[in-house]
Unconditional design. Sequence first.
Length: 79
Amino acid sequence: MDEKLTITPLARLHAPIGGQEIELQQVDYVHGGLSLLRIRIREGKRFTVFDIDAATAAEWGEQMSQWARLHAPSPQAAR
């Protein structure tokens, strides 16, 4: 049997507020050598799936990191 792609699990996250399950996977296509990042978001019985290239993943990650830095609780707030 000739497999067209391989999927490697990378991470699983749980969003505590909305209850979504987020799974990150690397998808490697055997022919052509294409690698993509797959983001699978499960909300109850519904799934949303994104397959994105490295450039899009880098920009998405940077935008999320910037937002997180701006909204992270300050160390003084924990006291």
